[in-house]
Design a protein around this ligand. Structure first.
Ligand code: GUN
Length: 288
């Protein structure tokens, strides 16, 4: 039987509408309009598309979007000083520096400069550490979105074996922490992992996040498994497709996310939700 589709687009629309309502209620009661600063360095085509979407959605939900576009040649001290300026600006509640950054920039130094209360990506050592300790504050957007999609299936997550392919700071690692918090048994695979197809075949949940077009073969998937595809790759024809061979995998999986329309829209919804949360954290009462 073909897998059921987990509709990330519809789920993200529901969350976005809820965040929008809460943001307007907040402004109507005299508190500040949540403001999100998005910093884009250079002219990476994929980043430009992502950033355009993030900025447009921020405005669509009635929040303030502040744009900072810097040339690829920007010097690191200049970028750090922009982060300092945004940290000090009370009208900015969230700061997102789009990754990847040009090679001459130390990404960790830039991320670590962001005030953890404004870290809507959840990537600073403070927020990542809070997640590690099972006391999350601002959580990385994509893994948080994947967890909501997993819960959308209505399946019991406790005790399931989850296999994550990819160990990036932005997805694989925080995803492992989220799944552990949900009491899954977690295996994290990477380029040195031996016999990946066999491991994937033992998974009740597969999270594909290695950024390689249709790398996960349909016949690796255990019948009935939940497949979450984080990949966003372009085919030679210019179409957006995931890390999983969707057509074959859906013949075996119980549930699967499509690309586009799966994880992608959830990442943006979580960014807006984090921005609202960050604004609340910065209220004088500091209510979460
Ligand atoms: N590049 C790709 N995805 C992301 C993301 O979620 N946040 C940031 N900052 N950069 C990204």
């Amino acid at each position: 039987m073909a897998a059921r589709i987990i509709d990330g687009k519809a789920c993200a629309a529901r969350i976005t509408a809820e965040v929008s309502g809460q943001a307007s209620a907040r402004s109507a009661s005299g508190r500040s309009v949540p403001g999100l600063a998005v910093v884009l360095v250079g002219d990476n085509a994929a980043s430009q598309v992502y950033v355009r979407n993030k900025r447009a959605t921020t405005e669509a939900v009635g929040m303030r979007s502040l744009s900072f576009d810097l040339p690829a040649s920007v010097a690191q001290p200049e970028l750090l000083s922009l982060v300092d300026q945004l940290n000090a600006d009370a009208s900015v509640h969230g700061i997102l520096v789009q990754l990847p950054l040009p090679k001459h920039i130390d990404t960790d130094a830039v991320t670590e400069r962001i005030d953890p209360r404004k870290d809507v990506d959840g990537l600073t050592p403070y927020n990542m550490g809070r997640l590690l300790l099972k006391r999350p504050v601002l959580r990385p957007c994509t893994p948080q979105g994947c967890m909501i999609l997993l819960r959308e299936t209505g399946e019991e997550l406790v005790g399931k074996h989850a296999v994550i392919i990819g160990q990036s700071n932005i997805v694989g690692r925080p995803m492992a922490l989220e799944l552990l918090m949900a009491r899954c048994t977690v295996t994290v695979c990477h380029t040195a992992t031996r016999d990946l197809p066999r491991l994937v075949g033992t998974a009740d949940i597969v999270v594909a996040a290695m950024g390689r077009l249709r790398f996960v073969q349909g016949d690796w998937i255990r019948p009935g498994a939940i497949v979450i595809d984080v990949g966003t790759n372009r085919t030679p024809e210019g179409k957006l497709r995931g890390d999983v061979d969707f057509e074959r995998a859906r013949e075996r999986a119980g549930w699967i996310t499509p690309v586009p329309g799966g994880v992608g829209p959830m990442t943006i919804a979580m960014l807006l939700s984090n921005t609202l949360r960050a604004a609340r954290l910065q209220d004088p009462s500091g209510a979460p």
